[in-house]
Design a protein around this ligand. Structure first.
Ligand code: SF4
Length: 252
């Protein structure tokens, strides 16, 4: 079963293609929780839940009533056809963790369809699940924003850092880059070493760093420290355009 939380046509807010008009599909469900990010959201029945800035796409118990069950490929095609899109528009698949559906038949068909139609497909992934590139070679044609989670996510290292997974994605795909969420307090301790350990075996893979935060105030509090890190290390600074402009992550 495939769960879609929201879809919207906007501009990419983060990473290499920031500013590029993109159709977003946010799928429900994730194999991590990242409660260390400290974002809270109120469920439809009034409970406060803790997680990342897209906790509404992670916590099915709290927000599952808002998730759409997708039972056939045509439903996703209809959604696309409902927008007035330029030809070959970028399509961004995010979540939650979209690659939990990497072997789900409808999802697989959708990716194959998008690639065959000439769309640039970007996966916003936590890089803990690799698609089966042998069985589904079209996954090689996609772009992978590898948001490997750091200790500020609150997840144990063995769950969030999978070198064999992001190594397989980098080795098998046309384009991939690292994208880390960084906060000022963690930079003062161990975060730079964590990033170094992750990127060490992939010296030619670009590294983007962006300020941690689910709202404008948190982004602003962290951005200068992230810029200094990028200047010092030669990483690429990525702002979070959607949060800067709309002060939130939901469907904008
Ligand atoms: S991996 Fe991403 S979507 Fe999943 S809980 Fe962590 S930050 Fe949220």
């Amino acid at each position: 079963m495939l769960y879609l939380v929201e879809h919207f046509y906007s501009v990419q807010g983060e990473g290499k293609y920031v500013g590029t008009p993109s159709l977003f599909f946010r799928f429900g469900g994730c194999n991590l929780k990242c409660e260390g990010f400290g974002c809270t959201e109120i469920t439809p029945d009034g409970r406060e839940v803790l997680g990342c800035d897209t906790v509404y796409a992670v916590d099915r118990k709290g927000f599952g009533d808002l998730w759409m069950e997708i039972e056939e490929l045509q439903s996703l095609i209809w959604i696309m056809n409902g927008y007035r899109l330029p030809p070959h528009v970028d399509v961004v698949l995010t979540g939650g963790e979209p690659l939990i559906y990497a072997n789900e038949p409808i999802f697989v068909e959708f990716i194959e369809h998008l690639i065959s139609q000439g769309h640039r497909v970007t996966f916003e992934t936590n890089a803990t699940i690799a698609p089966d590139f042998v069985r589904y070679p079209f996954y090689r044609e996609a772009t992978y924003a590898l948001s490997v989670k750091l200790s500020n996510s609150g997840e144990p290292c063995e769950r969030r850092v999978k070198p064999e997974v992001y190594g397989a994605i980098i080795a098998n795909t046309k384009e991939s880059f690292f994208k880390f969420s960084v906060d000022e307090p963690s930079l003062g301790s161990h975060m730079e070493e964590e990033i170094d350990a992750i990127i060490a075996s992939h010296p030619f893979t670009p590294v983007y760093c962006m300020p941690l935060g689910g709202d404008k105030a948190h982004i602003e509090a962290n951005c200068e420290a992230v810029i200094e890190l990028c200047k010092r290390r030669g990483f690429i600074y990525s702002d979070r355009l959607h949060i800067r402009i709309w002060d939130q992550n939901h469907g904008v």
